[in-house]
Every structure is written in C-alpha cells, then in structure tokens.
Design a protein around this ligand. Structure first.
Ligand SMILES: [Zn+2]
Length: 245
C-alpha cells in the first residue's frame, strides 16, 4: 500500500538516473528528508523535471511506500526559486552550505517542522535580505545544531562556571564546552576563541546586529563550526560548499 502525500519541499541535491530519470534528495515539511525518483525527469516532455534543482522551494506529490528507500515523486510545482539569491555568488555559496548541512546532519524520515521552517526562512533571507550571507549562515548553523541536539553553549565557562568571559582569549573543548581564560590554561583546549570571534558568535546566537566583521573572523567562525561538527558527527569531514564554490 502506498500513501499519497502532498508536501512542501526544498531540493537538497539531484543526480541523473538511467537514461532520463532523476533521483533527488528533498527536505520535506511532512516527511523530513527523503530520496525520490522523478521518472523521465530529464526528458524534454517532462512537465516538472526542470524545477527539480537544488535550493528550489516546491510543492510536491509523493507516492510513499514505507518499505521503499527511494520514493516516487509524481508531481511538483514551484513556490520559489529564489532568483535574487542566485545572482549573488556569495549568497549561492552560503545557500549551498545551508542545504549541505541539512543533507549531511539530518537523519532521514524524521519530520521536523521547525527545521523545515528555518530552512525556508534562511533561504528567503539569503534571497532578499541586505544581511551578509556569512552572518545568515552562522545564524542557521547555530539554529540547526541546537535543533539536532548539539547546541554550542557559550554563556559560561564549562569548568568553573565563570561568566567573566570578556577579558582575553578563551578556549573551547569539544567534549566539555567553553573554557575561560583561567581554565583554558589547565584543560585541553581544542580551539582558541579570541575576543572578536567570541563576540561575533554571541551576536549570531542572540540575533543581535553585527557591527564590524573582518574576513579573518568569518574564516575563524567557519573553521570553528566545521571542526565542531567533525568532533560531534561521525564521518563528518568538511563543509564542502564553503571550499569549492
Ligand atoms: Zn573557568
């Protein structure tokens, strides 16, 4: 028995399959992350094959059979293809990083409406906002890691509990968390967090305005995010989109 499910979805990836078909991974509102085949999706006669493209926000129909690994996608219509985002190379790069994280970090078949909403919202902001793509990406990173149970705690030292964190270089131990200047000397710190990086991540986390931001701090933040995931997520290697695009 298969069920017919109508749901919104964001296309995370696609690949060609056989002569004319497409296999896509989509993050859907109703079903979470699923793989689906679009039969004949590359044929010129396909009514909707063309819109099965990464980043697109679609309304889709899925013939769901729970025993099947790849579902059948039988119809699709476009909600948004985020045209302004695609004109801006930096926004494209960070949008791909967003869908890459969703693809790599979220297990299949677990719907989560908050993550779906957050994903649509971040792509809409990347499409329309005057906020920098790297800042939007940073906010999404902290949101997503919190949603999947790996929240980065930054409000106090994880060893002594001190909240005096604004004087000097801090450390971060992936297993424990944040280390104040004093505890950093006595513990293993996997990552050094200078004061610019610390206040930047705090701004991201509290949704505060970021006033000045250097290229070095952006790179430090992205490196910190990546190594945090390498520690917590089995087999996670890198945020590829930040390197290749
Ligand atoms: Zn401490």
């Amino acid at each position: 028995m298969s069920k017919i499910i109508k749901t919104e979805a964001i296309v995370l990836s696609k690949m060609n399959y056989r002569d004319t078909s497409i296999i896509t991974i989509v993050y859907t509102e109703e079903l979470g992350k699923i793989s689906a085949i679009v039969k004949g999706g590359r044929s010129p006669r396909s009514k909707f094959g063309m819109i099965i493209d990464p980043l697109n926000h679609l309304q889709i129909i899925i013939y769901l059979k729970e025993s099947r690994e790849v579902q059948l996608l039988s119809d699709a219509g476009i909600i948004s293809h985020f045209p302004k985002l695609k004109e801006n190379l930096k926004a494209v790069k960070y949008s791909y990083a967003v869908i890459e994280l969703v693809n790599k970090l979220i297990p299949g078949d677990e719907p989560n409406k908050r993550i779906f909403k957050g994903l649509v919202r971040i792509l809409s902001l990347l499409n329309s906002s005057d906020q920098s793509p790297e800042i939007l990406f940073g906010r999404f990173f902290l949101f997503l890691t919190t949603e999947i149970g790996y929240e980065i705690q930054l409000d106090k030292c994880s060893v002594c509990g001190s909240t005096e964190l604004n004087n000097g270089e801090l450390g971060f131990n992936y297993g424990r968390g944040l280390l104040c200047t004093k505890c950093k000397k006595e513990s293993i710190d996997n990552y050094k967090i200078n004061s610019e990086l610390f206040s930047y991540i705090i701004c991201l986390k509290n949704n505060e305005q970021v006033n000045s931001l250097t290229e070095t701090t952006i790179n430090n933040a992205n490196n910190f995010f990546e190594s945090y995931l390498q520690y917590h997520i089995y087999k996670f290697k890198e945020i590829q989109s930040l390197k290749t695009l």
